[in-house]
Design a protein around this ligand. Sequence first.
Ligand code: UD1
Length: 430
Amino acid sequence: MESGKIIIKGGRRLTGKVRISGSKNAALPILAAAILIPEKITLTNLPSLLDIQTMLEVLNELGANSEIGVGEVIVNTAELNKYDAPYEQVRRMRASAVVMGALLARFGKAYVPMPGGCNIGSRPINIHLDGLSKLGAKISLEKGYVKLSARKLKGAEIYLDFPSVGATENLMMAACAAEGETIIDNAAKEPEITALADFLNKAGAEIQGAGSDIIKIKGVKELKTTTYRIIPDRIETGTYIMAAAITKGDILIEEAEFDHLHTVVTKLEEAGVIFEKKDSQMRVHLQKELSPVNIRTMPYPGFPTDLQAQFMALMCMTEGMSVIIESVFENRFMHVGELCRMGADIKVDNHTAIIRGIKSLSGTAVNATDLRASAALILAGLAAKGETQVSGIYHLDRGYEYLEEKLTKLGAQIKRIHSEKILLEEENYD
Ligand code: UD1
């Protein structure tokens, strides 16, 4: 794992075009869903990211074959012969726990390391496990692994205590192989859920209601080979919108799905960002100084927690006071200390951050603690006075395809300095 640093000379106004990549969070569960289809599937618009590589390693460890091309992959799980997810990869990426439902559906068994080693019944996968047990899975915890088994999965009515994205995905996948109908109530409504349902339906599944609170899944005998184009990454899109705003730039965003960013666009319009649709492109620019805006992160269609850190960087340089409430994850303010090192004025009380925006941040050495925190530091660096050095950038490679290339094309002064240092596990929310 390469760490290195990103060095940014701030103060350049971003202009030009940027093309949005395929969505990491849509691609990951769809790759896991390949386990349900004992044939070849082809995914296009696949982003080249560390997390995608990790998920492919998980599948390969289980016995799948994958052929990676430019922006696409063919995965064949015909010869899959294991149901124990490899510890090394699950440790690196919590999202790999989304293979649980598919393994259970395919083999009647799944053996998956507890992400983060939490106790059964508590965070972070209690909702997944409660749902799978309603479908008939027997669940036990052994030496840090969750062991699931079911002779036959049976459709059930499942109410989720929280609309967990990962739990909804795991349950949708398991329910495809269950006898009869499953109803997931209070399901997650994220576009990535709809994408997973669309992919599975193309392969022959019978899923209705994805994107709403209630998803109905009729179990089917088999799923068949299919091809699917991964939807655009809404979080990457939001990050580039904020890059334009924080540098007072003027950019054209291509191949994005702005309908998936309704709340973000509304909030940024309130702050003074101007969005102009031009054919299939969106122009993002400013005509005056931005005004502070308050946000509360919420499950979709609310303001995404995955854009909270980037939005905070923007508010740090927007004069006046803004309030950010993080209501999806506990302790997702790891970027605050680093932004303060750049001169930001932020006070945190529990889940609330109060930001007093200032005219300018100052570049310095900062450390990225998770994927979106690193994006926030990059944004801050783009607008700060002087040079910013961001370390811990392994996280960026997990989730932002061609970040330096894309920003350089937009006029940023950004480069990577390589280093051989191996990083150990750090915070990892998404
Ligand atoms: C997914 C996204 C991540 C995003 C998050 C919320 C992927 C790969 N990751 O993560 O980028 O930030 O949605 O939009 O798609 N929880 C429990 N018990 C559970 C499951 C979740 O308490 O069994 C809690 C979590 O600790 C967290 C909240 O619910 O506080 C949201 O988690 P969830 O929606 O499950 O997020 P992920 O699927 O992990």
